[in-house]
Design a protein around this ligand. Structure first.
Ligand SMILES: Nc1ncnc2c1ncn2[C@@H]1O[C@H](COP(=O)(O)OP(=O)(O)OP(=O)(O)O)[C@@H](O)[C@H]1O
Length: 544
């Protein structure tokens, strides 16, 4: 049912057209059986035979036309569903808050957007074929009812046996399928560790063996065993269904003539119909396990979407179609700002605040403090990436409204410690390539990478070089406020000095506001002010 509801919702006009044509095609296939049987009984009558030949040809053309239509458009439909689903969920992900994104974890998003959407789309095409077969079965059953009511009741009995058997196996299979999906999310999480931790695993055989043999392999085996178990429960059901229909055939051939006084010709016709529908019946029952799997995938995606919807209902809608106009800025004030991470059990975890600081436009502000003091958390609050639990940000004395957060965030260029380097200058339409090349030279990157046909030739750079490239990109973004989270930590003494003594003064001259988390006390003189954070709070301002 979930699957049908999903199809109805997601398939749109093309889906309705395919459904109609497929069902008509199925009905004509069912009628084909009656035409063949009619033609066989009228084989000796010349005129009758010609009439059946004509009907046979018309039915054949209709069937093939319907088949051609549904085969040609099924790809369009299934790929369209995958595209819409992926883009819709990806669009919701990009609108979610950072905290939600961090707590969900990428493995879940990746599994749902890749493997599970594919499971759904392949099932859709199988289900379309099976639905034509289902209609054909229906027409064949009606024909059996027309030939003999007792035979029809027996057929219904066989059908009921199949339905009960499938209900039984679905009730055991569904929790198993759900468990398989959860395990696969875990499996992809381990694959992420394998890929992200490639170097660490390469140099440590024990770690490598432990991850692979004690975690990855057992999980893969568990997933396989569970899948085999689920599959086996469907094998039993398939056997029960096939036995029910063979039993039906036996009863119709051997018992019907005795107990229901059915004529030999009727028995032959009914037996032929049953033999004729064996293939379509196998197709219909064969698709059930796939539909069960797709239903679990649909439920998982719907659950994720409803979590995303719930998340998005708490944040103002963001319009990505237009570039947000910068807010007028004289100063940013952080007033009594409080924020807590949540522990896995939902209780408040590490807390920062209350934080109070006013940052005038054009100031160079350094934040220093020990590891875990809360600097990065403060920067995420300051840049509007985290929503405070208490207190607020004020712009020029006015409280920043939730609806202004999007515009506010867009005034920042931020380089976090775990920054991501994009291969292109996304968002920059008219790249000043001369300026870019000058910067590449200044950062001694011109021999390493170049900007060609809208992308950097390589991003295989050292950590310090990657950071320098991220700095170039931040400078080209030309935002009024720049935030650096320990940018210079990976730089050699020359570039560290260049950053504090050339780049920052240059930015200050341009009127930019700079907020930098740093441990480089040698260069504190480059700041207008230095604040110290400990245990999530600002303590006495450190001397410059
Ligand atoms: N996503 C998160 N979920 C839960 N807790 C977090 C998260 N990110 C950070 N924390 C916690 O917040 C505390 C402060 O971390 P933060 O990164 O803000 O410190 P920091 O001052 O930038 O440290 P460092 O100098 O090491 O970069 C840490 O103790 C950490 O446990």
């Amino acid at each position: 049912m979930e699957f049908l509801r999903f199809l109805q919702r997601e398939s749109g006009a093309i889906g309705r057209r395919i459904a109609l044509v497929t069902l008509l095609g199925g009905a004509v296939s069912g009628l084909m059986v009656t035409i063949i049987l009619g033609a066989a009984s009228a084989a000796t009558a010349q005129g009758e035979s010609f009439r059946y030949l004509l009907l046979f040809l018309i039915a054949l053309v209709a069937m093939m036309t319907a088949k051609r239509y549904s085969l040609r458009h099924t790809g369009e439909l299934t790929e369209g569903i995958v595209e819409r689903l992926r883009l819709r969920v990806a669009d919701k992900i990009r609108r979610a808050e950072l905290l939600f994104f961090e707590s969900t974890g990428p493995a879940q998003f990746t599994t749902l957007l890749t493997k599970e959407t594919q499971t759904i789309s392949s099932t859709v095409s199988m289900a379309i074929n099976a639905s034509a077969s289902a209609v054909m079965l229906l027409v064949a059953f009606l024909f059996i009812a027309y030939l003999s009511v007792p035979a029809f009741l027996l057929t219904l009995g066989a059908m009921a046996t199949a339905v009960i058997a499938y209900r039984w196996s679905l009730s055991t299979a569904e929790p198993q399928l759900q468990q398989t999906l959860e395990m696969e999310v875990g499996f992809f999480g381990l694959i992420e560790h394998l890929l992200d931790g490639f170097k660490e695993l390469k140099v440590d055989a024990r770690k490598n063996r432990d991850l692979f043999d004690n975690h990855l392999r057992p999980l893969a085996t568990k997933v396989t065993n569970l899948k085999v178990e689920t599959n086996n429960s469907f094998v039993t059901t398939t056997l029960i269904t096939h036995s029910a229909f063979y039993g039906l055939l036996g009863v119709i051939i051997f018992l019907l003539p005795r107990f229901a006084q059915a004529e030999g010709s009727v028995v032959i016709k009914i037996s032929t119909v049953i033999l004729f529908i064996f293939g379509p019946m196998a197709e219909v029952v064969g698709v059930v396990p796939y539909i069960a799997k797709a239903a679990v995938a649909i439920r998982a995606i719907e659950t994720m979407e409803s979590k995303l919807d719930d998340e998005l209902s708490h944040v103002p809608t963001v319009n990505f179609a237009d570039d947000p106009a910068p807010l007028p800025l004289r100063e940013i004030e952080v007033r009594d700002l409080v924020f807590s991470y949540k522990n896995p059990d939902g209780t408040p975890g590490y807390t920062v605040g209350p934080l109070n600081v006013t940052i005038p436009l054009g100031e160079v502000l350094f934040i220093q403090g020990g590891n875990g003091g809360g600097k990065s958390t403060f920067l995420k609050l300051l840049t509007g990436l985290y929503q405070p639990a208490g207190g607020a940000l004020y712009l020029n004395g006015h409280r920043l409204q939730p609806s202004q957060y999007h515009r506010y965030r867009n005034m920042f260029s931020v380089i976090f410690t775990d920054f991501h380097l994009f291969d292109r200058l996304y968002g920059l339409q008219n790249v000043d390539e001369d300026r870019l090349n000058e910067r590449l030279q200044e950062m001694e990157l011109d021999a390493k990478t170049s900007y060609y046909e809208g992308r950097f030739s390589t991003l295989n750079l050292s950590t310090g070089q990657r950071k320098r490239l991220s700095l170039i990109i931040a400078l080209l973004d030309d935002k009024p406020i720049l935030v650096f989270d320990e940018w210079a930590a990976d730089q050699d003494p020359i570039f560290r000095r260049h950053f504090y003594e050339v780049i920052l003064p240059e930015l200050k001259r341009q009127g930019k506001t700079i907020i930098a988390a740093t441990h480089d006390d040698r260069y504190f003189s480059a700041a207008d002010r230095v604040l110290k954070m400990e245990y999530g709070r600002f303590v006495n301002g450190a001397p410059k």
